[in-house]
Design a protein around this ligand. Structure first.
Ligand code: AR6
Length: 179
């Protein structure tokens, strides 16, 4: 898919292997590591990542913070904190959209041209995957529309094929709306 000057793709795989300028981490408020994709990123980046995260002092839900990527192929890690799904009445959708928007904004401000996202909040935080896919795609499409030259490449990295199917459909819809 092409939106503005940006190539946008959905793949199944392990985000720690993405050699993009930045990969996004689905972290928690402490930014001090955890399970899921957070644990995988810290293992692959090495202990210096945790040392840098300790200097940040946490991150509110829906916002994002940036560190270096250390032993990862990606140069930077953008740590964002997705909402825990509580039925949808506690601002979860806006907070999730904020994760994508703030991550892209941080990347743009650091002149990073390529970025890979996991399916934020869809694991331990239990956000329904079909809704998460729609929110993720709409938030990315809106950022790309606002600044069509900012990125060469945006990738959604899903961990299993059923999630990839949902994100592919959502990206197609969002990119069509964008034309
Ligand atoms: N590459 C890509 N996607 C992955 C990978 C990977 N290596 N590993 C898991 N996923 P989760 P959350 C997918 O639970 O729901 C942590 O403990 C996974 O299948 O990692 O935002 C944090 O510290 C799912 O679709 O993140 C927080 O406490 C998606 O990544 C909490 O979990 C997100 O699942 C955050 O929960």
């Amino acid at each position: 898919m092409i939106v503005g000057a940006t190539r946008w793709e959905v793949v199944t795989g392990d985000i720690t292997r993405s050699a993009t300028d930045a990969i996004v981490n689905a972290a928690n408020n402490s930014l001090l590591g955890g399970g899921g994709v957070d644990g995988a990123i810290h293992r692959a980046a090495g202990p210096e990542l945790l040392a840098e995260c300790r200097t940040i002092g946490g991150c509110p839900t829906g916002e994002a913070r940036i560190t270096r990527g250390y032993d990862l192929p990606a140069r930077y890690v953008i740590h964002t904190v997705g909402p825990v799904w509580n039925g949808g009445g506690r601002g979860e959708r806006d907070l999730l959209a904020g994760c994508y928007a703030h991550s892209l904004d941080l990347a743009r401000r650091h002149a990073l041209r390529s970025i890979a996202f996991p399916a934020i909040s869809t694991g331990v935080y239990a956000f329904p995957k079909d809704q998460a896919a729609g929110i993720a795609a709409a938030a990315v499409a809106s950022a790309l529309r606002r600044d069509p030259e900012a990125f060469d490449f945006v990738r959604f990295v899903c961990f299993d094929d059923s999630t990839t199917v949902l994100f592919e459909a959502a990206v197609r819809d969002a990119a069509c709306d964008d034309q």
